[in-house]
Design a protein around this ligand. Sequence first.
Ligand code: FAD
Length: 388
Amino acid sequence: MNRLYFTEEHDMFRESLRAFLKKEVAPHIDKWEKDGKIERFIWEKFGEMGYFGLAYPEKYGGLDLDLFYTVILLEELQRINSGGFAAAIWAHAYLAMTHVNKEGSDDIKEKYLAPSIAGEKIGGLCITEPFGGSDVAAMRSTAKDEGDHYILNGSKTFITNGVYADYLVIAAKTSPEKGGKGISMFIVDSDTPGINATKLNKLGWRASDTAELSFDNVKIPKSQLMGEKDMGFPYIMQHFALERLIMGINAHARAEYAIEYTLQYMSEREAFGKSINQFQALRHRIVERATEVEISKNFNYTTAKRLDAGEYVVKEATMSKLQSTKVADETIYDCLQFLGGYGYIEEYPLARMLRDSRLGPIGGGTSEILKEILSKMIIDNKDYKPAT
Ligand SMILES: Cc1cc2nc3c(=O)[nH]c(=O)nc-3n(C[C@H](O)[C@H](O)[C@H](O)COP(=O)(O)OP(=O)(O)OC[C@H]3O[C@@H](n4cnc5c(N)ncnc54)[C@H](O)[C@@H]3O)c2cc1C
């Protein structure tokens, strides 16, 4: 293990987490992939084990550990080969809960963060809309001030956990005339009257529920506003740094797992009287991929270390997602090829991995948008500052 980043305590955590996932999660994955639904008991078990609280304050039941425990959680989740299961877990623990922890009032944290850490409540983060995906500021959902409450109208789409979540962190315009500068964040129970969810059928991430949501005159008490009014856009952008690094880490971890599996397969599969790992054409390609994955991984670890030390690593997190998801897609494409026909068969892991990996360059900011952000930073010298 890389001692620049991981201590013996980290190693022990990884070992016990890997054993837990193998025993408690892996046997159910095929069913959850087929049903498009993760059974509730596993959320509670994750809560009991403290996995949702790794990065959160002890005051709300968390463990307040350094970011490398989160890195380990993300990496090990990729090794059980269900991008959908992993997404459900990290979208709850790091998309929804990050907003609750950073912007929620003490009351909101008592009511939502503590049960989220315990695995009793599941959250989803609702930014994307049918007419505002990459262009976040173009969102049309509005929350109108009606004195002691807001009235929310509009819609969201592609929301991870959106069907089965207990609460939703929702971005909506409180001052539409201000465009992107008029967005606020709210936390809303998903059974609030006026909220409707429709499940979407997807290429991959099949264990995870992805929803289209409609909001029809949803009444939100003022106390459910998170952070300051009209500050939603900077909050979203600020938390994207963590989200993008998470997606970069997921990518290097699934690519590494794909290589590990494929090397084993190649050592056992024979053609023309020898194992296929003896063919130079394949040897060169897989070591090239292994090199790219190793470089991505090390860059992601450095970025995680700097983020954990309080640096605003928006540029590096953007690079992490851009590069690692590309490397993962190319690696998994090649690994599937090295399995020949078996790569295409569902009983072998590469088929699902290829489907799941494809979301990497799309979700949480497409590669094209990431290049736009990097162009502004690298070419135009734009400096992004944190919201608070
Ligand atoms: C399975 C899944 C889960 C998701 N989970 C969540 C979630 O939990 N919460 C959430 O809020 N969102 C979620 N998303 C949404 C995701 O973040 C968006 O799909 C993504 O940001 C792209 O937005 P869009 O789909 O509207 O694409 P569009 O914005 O319509 O883009 C279409 C194409 O145009 C390109 N494009 C757009 N603008 C530019 C530009 N300026 N320059 C160059 N190219 C451009 C894009 O790169 C893309 O290739 C999820 C999506 C999926 C598929």
